[in-house]
Design a binder for this molecule. Structure first.
Ligand SMILES: [Zn+2]
Length: 358
C-alpha cells in the first residue's frame, strides 16, 4: 500500500475525485497496484479457465479492504514507489498493471453529507466504484491519523511542530479556515489571556491553554518514536514532564482527569483526543468577543510556555461558554467508508484480455 494523498496534498492525478467538501484529515488515500498478467496467469493456468471466462471473472474482481490498504501486499497486489513500476512476481510492466485508488472516509457528522453527495455522483456502470464499509473506533482512527501525520512531516526540520499543530487544529475544528490562520505564521504560542479559541497577532498564533495543551500532546505523540523522542513546542519532554505540565496548566482538571498514575492519565488523554464528540463548548469561543479582546490586548502581554499562571482569566469569558463538564471518556465506534476506484483496472483488463485472446 502506498499512501498517496494523506493530508490534502495536491496531486497530479488524471481522474481525481473532487474531495474539497471534506474537512482536511478526514480522508486517507491509498494506491495499490495489481498485476493483470499474474491474475490472468492464475485464472488460465492454475484454474484452467478459457481466456474469455477468465476475462469475465476478472472484470468482476472486487478487492478486499485489506488488500487495498494493508502495508503488506500479496500476489497479485504490490506497491511501488517507482515511476515505471514492474510486477515483482512476473516482471510485467505498465501495460499489464492496473491501479486501484482507495479513499478512506472517516464517517461522522462532518463528512456524512459530503460523502453521500459524492457517492451519488460517481458513475455506476460496471461497478467502476465500489463502496465498502468497516467498523472501527475513535482510538484506532486517531492512531491512524497520528501515523499518517507523522509520515507526512519531516521531523528533522523543526517547522514540523507548527505543521503538526495546524493539522491537529484542522482535525479538531474543521470549520475554521486554518490555512488562512497559519498563513505566514512564524510561531505558535501559549496564551495566558484567552480562555478559549485562538488569535493571530502578527506572525504569531496564540492558542488558549487547552488548545495549546492538546497541540503539545499531539506533538509528543507524533515524535515520541522518532530518534529525538517527544519533541514539542516546549522542547523535549518525557511523558512525565508532559503530564506534569498538563496538570499544572489546569488542562487535566478541565477535561476531568483525576487519575494520578501516569499510565492511566495517558490512556484518558488519548481517549479524550481521539473522541469524536463535538467540541462545541469551544466552538462558541471565537468571534466578536475574542476580536474585541484581541484589539485591547497590549503587545507582549502573552507569555510563552505553561510554566506559571495557567488559569484562564475570568474577565475574557464574560460569563459565556462554560467549560465542558467532565465527560465519560470511552472509545467510540466510528464507521469507515471506502470508495474504491476501479476505472483504471477495468480499462487495463480489456487491454490485457485483447492481448491474451490474440
Ligand atoms: Zn505479475
Amino acid at each position: 500500500m502506498v499512501v498517496v494523498v494523506k493530508l490534502r496534498m495536491p496531486t497530479t492525478k488524471r481522474r481525481e475525485l473532487n474531495l474539497t467538501d471534506f474537512p482536511p484529515g478526514t480522508i486517507t488515500e491509498y494506491t495499490t497496484l495489481v498485476c493483470l498478467a499474474c491474475i490472468f496467469d492464475i485464472f488460465t493456468k492454475q484454474l484452467g479457465l478459457a481466456p474469455r471466462t477468465a476475462f469475465l471473472e476478472i472484470k468482476r474482481h472486487a478487492p478486499t479492504i485489506e488488500e487495498l490498504t494493508s502495508p503488506h501486499t500479496m500476489r497479485p497486489y504490490f506497491d511501488s514507489e517507482e515511476k515505471h513500476p514492474h510486477c515483482p512476481y512476473c516482471g510485467s510492466t505498465k501495460r499489464g498493471l492496473a491501479r486501484f485508488d482507495t479513499y478512506r472516509i472517516e464517517g461522522g457528522k462532518t463528512t456524512d453529507a459530503a460523502r453521500r453527495a459524492l457517492v451519488k455522483k460517481l458513475p455506476k456502470a460496471d461497478d467502476q466504484f465500489l463502496v465498502l464499509e468497516k467498523k472501527s473506533d475513535s482510538r484506532a482512527v486517531f492512531f491512524d491519523w497520528l501515523d499518517t501525520l507523522g509520515r507526512s512531516l519531516d521531523l528533522n526540520d523543526e517547522a514540523w511542530l507548527v505543521d503538526a499543530t495546524r493539522m491537529f487544529l484542522e482535525r479538531r475544528e474543521p470549520k475554521t479556515d486554518w490555512e488562512e490562520a497559519f498563513d505566514g505564521l512564524r510561531a505558535v504560542r501559549y496564551s495566558t489571556r484567552l480562555a478559549e479559541g485562538w488569535e493571530r497577532d502578527g506572525g504569531r498564533l496564540f492558542l488558549a491553554p487547552h488548545l495549546y495543551s492538546e497541540a503539545l500532546l499531539v506533538q509528543y505523540l507524533v515524535s515520541r518514536s522518532h530518534v529525538h523522542g517527544g519533541l514539542t513546542l516546549e522542547g523535549r519532554l518525557t511523558l512525565l514532564d508532559l503530564i506534569r505540565r498538563l496538570r499544572y496548566g489546569g488542562y487535566l482538571d478541565q477535561i476531568g482527569i483525576t487519575e494520578r498514575e501516569p499510565g492511566e492519565v495517558f490512556e484518558k488523554l488519548i481517549d479524550h483526543l481521539a473522541s469524536t464528540h463535538e467540541w462545541s463548548p469551544y466552538r462558541t469561543a471565537r468571534g466578536s468577543e475574542r476580536v474585541a479582546a484581541a484589539k485591547k490586548a497590549a503587545r507582549g502581554s502573552e507569555r510563552v510556555g505553561l510554566k506559571k499562571s495557567s488559569k484562564p482569566s475570568s474577565k475574557s469569558r464574560k460569563g459565556k461558554a462554560e467549560p465542558p463538564p467532565p465527560e465519560e471518556m470511552t472509545t467510540e465506534p466510528v464507521k469507515l467508508h471506502y470508495l474504491v476506484d476501479r476505472r483504471d483496472f477495468l480499462d487495463k483488463v480489456k487491454t490485457v484480455y485483447a492481448h491474451y485472446a490474440r
